[in-house]
Design a protein around this ligand. Structure first.
Ligand code: SOE
Length: 385
């Protein structure tokens, strides 16, 4: 058993999902690590004390550098607001730690490149938390593509919509609404939500070659949650873009925090010559599959059998599901983080992950596409990648 002492930098929503994954992962996967939640960090001492107790960390610090510099720590997990990612990841790499970092990797592409350079120079393993790849239905989507069941792709479509910022009264800043502050988040829905869609799109359908985007700010000024002052909003509230993939297929992406009724509506669809797939996070245990032609012969299947199949992805043959309950019983959001951590720890210990994890280099690529999307919207033109 290898020692794995974890240092968690951040105690928000993602601090909870990641801490839960560390607590649960060995209950479901065989891993050659002794995992200890060693230390956690937040600037807010009161919140930190509660977090430490809830998730079972041995100690806590209000100075994150003490955790990074601690020889006892083997892995640094960065789950702070985005503007801190670069400094923390670079410091962790220099200290020789294994690294987990939340998405989006950085505030912009330049920062992402600096992080990649530090991680490569240190030769430390890394994973960036694009958790939706680890939903079993999305992993099955990937498997069906790899089995040539979609065939030559023509169209790829993704939406990622929420509705929590529609009210003018929602303030900007502070612990919960930093995502609306450009200086803290880098961008709006492009980095926060479309980064997930772009990661899945490139994983499923290969690299995006060019993009053409439009972004919108629906409410131009909000009250600052900390200072109380009226503050201009400069992040993108909504973004839509067209994409041409290197394989010649056409992509459409849409994301908004003003899509009334949608809470975390993350969908992806691909239409190809042999078939089609559709995933919708509001029904996460299902994958929809349209079978048109045999993947080996290309011959159309019998007419009366063509049609959408709604596959309940809970059989032990389905990705990840042999680690959980019995067929017909579903798993949830928290399991994507457990699956991701399991794949990372399997990979770093010479085991066999279900799918290799997205590294810092994969996340640099996503950041490059995000920056191209934002530039396209600013300059009102197509941008080549
Ligand atoms: C908030 O918009 C948020 O928590 C994102 O930051 C996550 O990445 C997304 O998966 C759910 O919504």
């Amino acid at each position: 058993m290898k020692r794995l002492n974890v240092g968690m930098l951040g105690t928000g929503f993602m601090g909870r999902t990641h801490s839960n994954a560390f607590n649960q992962v060995k209950r479901f996967f065989d891993l050659p690590y002794d995992i200890v939640l060693k230390s956690c960090y937040s600037r807010d001492a009161e919140k930190l004390a509660r977090f430490q107790k809830t998730w079972g960390y041995e100690k806590c610090e209000t100075d994150w550098r003490k955790i990074v510099d601690d020889d006892e720590i083997d892995l640094i997990d960065v789950v702070t607001p985005n503007f801190l990612h670069k400094e923390m990841v670079v410091a962790a790499a220099k200290a020789g730690k294994m690294i987990i970092c939340e998405k989006p990797l950085a505030m912009n592409y330049e920062e992402a490149l600096e992080m990649e350079e530090a991680v490569k120079a240190a030769g430390v393993p890394s994973v960036v938390s694009f958790c939706y790849r680890r939903n079993p239905s999305v992993a099955l989507f990937k498997q069906l593509i790899d089995e040539n069941r979609i065939g030559r792709p023509f169209h790829y479509r993704a939406t990622y919509n929420q509705d929590y910022t529609i009210s003018k009264k929602v303030p900007v800043g502070g612990a919960s609404l930093w995502r609306l502050d450009a200086n803290v988040a880098g961008s709006g829905v492009t980095g926060d939500l479309l980064a997930h869609s772009i990661d899945c799109a490139e994983w499923l359908n290969g690299p995006i070659a060019r993009v053409c985007a439009h972004t919108e700010i629906f409410i131009k000024e909000r009250q600052n949650a900390v200072t109380g002052e009226a503050t201009p909003i400069t992040i993108d509230d909504a973004c839509m873009f067209m994409a041409i993939f290197a394989n010649g297929s056409l992509g459409l992406f849409e994301s908004s925090r003003y899509a009334r009724g949608r809470k975390n509506f993350n969908t992806m669809e691909m239409n190809g010559e042999n078939g089609a797939c559709y995933f919708n996070l509001e029904e996460p245990e299902y994958l929809q599959f349209f079978r048109y032609a045999d993947p080996d012969t290309g011959k159309k299947i019998e007419d009366h059998l063509t049609g959408w199949q709604k596959i309940l992805v809970t059989n032990s043959e389905h990705p990840y599901m042999n680690h959980y309950w019995v067929p017909g019983t579903v798993i949830g959001y928290e399991h994507y983080f457990i699956n991701q951590l399991a794949d990372f720890l399997l990979e770093t210990s010479g085991g066999a992950p279900v799918y290799p994890v997205p590294t810092i280099s994969d996340a640099v690529r996503v950041q490059k596409v995000c920056d191209a999307v934002l530039r396209s919207a600013r300059e009102k033109t197509w941008v080549e990648l």
